[in-house]
Design a protein around this ligand. Structure first.
Ligand SMILES: Cc1ncc(Cn2c(C)c(CCOP(=O)(O)OP(=O)(O)O)sc2=O)c(N)n1
Ligand SMILES: [Ca+2]
Length: 528
């Protein structure tokens, strides 16, 4: 007779969800009983690490991922990481062990009271099955909800006395189920888009993370070249949707209303693809767009479409839409934009390395298919200017700015992309939100290079303080940390690199190694 437990594992196996990220408690043990040999359990020592790893894995693989958390406390610890997964549209299926059904009402220890409310609003759907027999169907619904557009995390709370229950033969019907979505626009919708683009005298294109997530990068390049458009990356970039040395590439737009308007001055049409309009950050009021500029928007996310403050939006499958649109567009006779000039090296001076120097060395030594997981907030602009990224899936940054993403996400990315080099570039502040991820990198023998940029400060906040005229905020300096000692404490090899030569030597050795390595680099501070 099939049980809730056996049917669940058959369902997960059929969906290819055999890598489970988790941190167990007693509520989760009956689910983990007889753990199948063809599954792998990736342990994180804190649920922020668990969800960060799962997020990186989902973003890099593009597949739904099962996460197993411990009741309410584990779900609460995961909420910071869930803010990123929500905004990066990560198809995470979060499960949390619930107390046994007879003990939930009396709020026995480990009862997850009002479980379905806890993860909201950072999940598409949350559910606790009304009876054990409904658990496999609920998990099937969760997998399809997480995977269907717009993709995103879901949550299922499962009482631990459900796993041993028998289920009837029809539960097997769930295992084979497949649910797909279409999304190609109609010919009239494509014609409407084409007309706007064909009439534009000086269009620009703005590309968001969904272009990279749907592997539409080369279609975006073809579109920019077809219409000779400058290509900007949408603000607060969490992925890299366009090759950064391409002649059309213009960098990342500032995350400010007035700043974006200034950059788009002179363009009569702005085509935004695969990004919300827009992910502003600093509050810098101004006109949303320059006078006379129109905005066209293509997204797979109905919520992004509905909440945009301007422009006309088409909701559809990005890849299918661009593929259908391109053949309708004539080659523009406008001059292709000139490539941006390469930035000059920063003159070397005694003392700490400039982050720009670290990035120039990284760009010179890292293989061209390296994947970067970035979480040093004050060095984002310098990184995009100096480190070339040309392939899809080459860059990940916390999509809601929730720190504690970088270290664990690098682990998830490496598990999903074992054949590509993975380099994490993490600020000394950010590193502390999920430092125990270093233990998981060692345990699973993942040859990731963790570069810690140590400027002894929350650099980005120092910049924000000046911008907000707050000149006396406490808690912005973080001196006195020894990341090599912290790394060694988790069993990780580490090197302190206080010169460009030392950094380049450590990086070269790390890239050739089959083990993880942490490189601690004392640096100067930088304007974001
Ligand atoms: C979970 C969490 N806590 C606090 C912050 C606030 N915060 C903090 C604390 C930043 C400083 C990060 O410092 P860092 O050392 O990682 O990088 P830089 O020095 O390059 O800015 S940037 C920022 O928005 C956050 N984004 N997320
Ligand atoms: Ca810092």
């Amino acid at each position: 007779m099939s049980t809730v437990h056996s049917t669940t594992y058959s369902l997960l196996r059929h969906r290819g969800m055999t890598t489970i990220f988790g941190n167990p408690g007693s509520n989760e043990l009956p689910f983990l009983r007889n753990f199948p040999d063809d599954f792998r359990y990736i342990l994180g020592l804190h649920e922020g690490v668990v969800v960060g790893m799962a997020d990186g894995y989902a973003l890099a693989s593009g597949k739904p991922v099962l996460v197993n958390l411990h009741a309410a406390a584990g779900t609460g610890n995961a909420m910071g990481a869930l803010t990123n997964a929500w905004y990066s549209h990560s198809p995470l299926v979060l499960t949390a062990g619930q107390q046994a059904r007879p003990l939930i009402g009396v709020e026995a220890m480990l009862a997850n009271v009002d479980a379905t409310q806890l993860p909201k609003p950072l999940v598409k759907w949350s559910y606790e099955p009304a009876c054990p027999e409904d658990v496999p169907r609920a998990l099937s619904q969760a997998i399809h909800m997480a995977s269907l557009p717009a993709r995103g995390p879901v949550y299922v709370s499962i009482p631990y006395d459900d796993w041993g229950h028998d289920v009837d033969a029809d539960a097997e019907l769930l295992v084979e189920r497949d649910v797909q979505s279409a999304g190609t626009p109609s010919s009239s919708q494509l014609e409407w888009f084409k007309e706007h683009l064909a009439q534009a005298k000086n269009p620009a294109i703005v590309l968001g993370p969904e272009v990279d997530a749907s592997r539409a990068n080369q279609l975006a390049v073809a579109l920019a070249e077809r219409l000779s458009m400058p290509a900007w990356v949408a603000p607060s970039a969490s992925r890299c949707p366009f090759p950064t040395r391409h002649p059309c590439f213009r960098g990342v737009l500032p995350a400010a209303i007035s700043g974006i308007s200034a950059k788009l001055e002179g363009h009569d049409l702005v085509l935004v693809i695969g990004a919300p309009v827009f992910r502003y950050h600093q509050n810098a009021p101004g006109r949303y767009l320059p006078e006379g500029t129109q905005l066209l928007h293509l997204t797979g996310d109905v919520q992004e479409a509905a909440r945009s403050p301007m422009g006309d939006t088409l909701v559809g499958d990005l890849h299918a839409t661009l593929q259908a649109l391109l053949p309708l567009l004539e080659q523009s006779d406008r001059q292709l934009p000139e490539a941006l000039p390469l930035p000059e090296p920063v003159p070397e001076a005694p003392g700490r390395l400039a982050p720009e120097t670290v990035f120039d060395s990284l760009n010179a030594l890292a293989p061209e298919d390296t994947i970067y997981v970035k979480e040093s907030t004050s060095t984002v602009t310098a990184f995009w200017e100096r480190v070339e990224m040309r392939h899809p899936g080459s860059y990940y940054f916390p999509a809601s700015g929730g720190l504690g993403f970088g270290l664990p996400a690098a682990i998830g990315v490496k598990l999903a992309e074992p054949d590509r080099p993975v380099v994490a570039v993490i600020g000394d502040g950010s590193a502390n939100y999920a430092i125990s991820a270093l233990w998981s990198a060692v345990q699973y023998k993942l040859p990731i290079i963790f570069i810690i940029l140590k400027n002894d400060t929350y650099g980005a906040l120092e910049w924000f303080s000046r911008m907000l005229n707050v000149d006396d905020a406490p808690g912005l300096t973080i001196p006195g940390m020894d990341f090599c000692a912290l790394a060694n404490g988790y069993g990780l090899e580490a090197v302190l690199a206080e010169s460009r030569e030392a950094f380049e030597k450590a990086l070269t050795e790390g890239l050739a190694s089959d083990k993880p390595l942490l490189i601690e680099v004392p640096t100067t501070t930088i304007e974001p």
